[in-house]
Write a protein that binds this ligand. Structure first.
Ligand SMILES: [Mg+2]
Length: 164
């Protein structure tokens, strides 16, 4: 399994409808441990769950989409890393939407942690529903705030290395 030139990431986004969903916050962590986190200025519609569970947790100064793209480009550089995310279809699509007409600095094929977990015989639903218990069983130490994009990204990294 690939261990290097990976970028683990997670986003919180406005909707599960890929036609309207956009990134509200994003966390990236390299296999070297270097991290990036930002929150994006967004005033469009959000679904009820996001209103209740995500918006109150976003407390940083918000940046524009253009600046977010710049920050990701700078962070990633030119090594064309492979993205890893949990249930990556949303995060990756919304990341592509953020980049728009800009060239993407990461490789096209991403790795889905959820698929890897299924292949390893792990129960993804249980992981999602009771993360604290689940990661303890996997032998992962530390506190991770669920639905904080940076903590979620950190956990993606921990789980990825644990199961591969
Ligand atoms: Mg998340």
């Amino acid at each position: 399994m690939i261990k290097e030139n990976l970028i683990f990431f997670d986003t919180e986004f406005s909707s599960l409808n890929p036609n309207v969903g956009e990134i509200l916050s994003a966390g990236f962590i390299k296999d070297t441990g270097e991290e990036l986190y930002f929150e994006i200025d967004y005033s469009g519609p959000t679904n009820e769950w996001v209103k209740e569970n995500i918006l109150p947790t976003l407390k940083q100064e918000k940046i524009s989409k253009e600046l977010a793209v710049k920050k990701i480009q700078e962070f990633i550089g030119d090594s064309k890393p492979i993205l890893v995310a949990f249930v990556n279809q949303f995060d990756v699509v919304y990341l592509h939407k953020l980049f728009g007409e800009n060239d993407i600095p990461y490789g096209w094929p991403p790795i889905d942690l959820a698929t890897l977990m299924v292949v390893k015989g792990l129960d993804v639903d249980k992981y999602y529903e009771n993360q604290k218990e689940y990661i303890k069983k996997l032998g992962i130490k530390g506190e991770f705030i669920q639905h904080n994009a940076l903590d979620d990204a950190r956990l993606v990294k921990e789980v990825y290395y644990k199961i591969t």
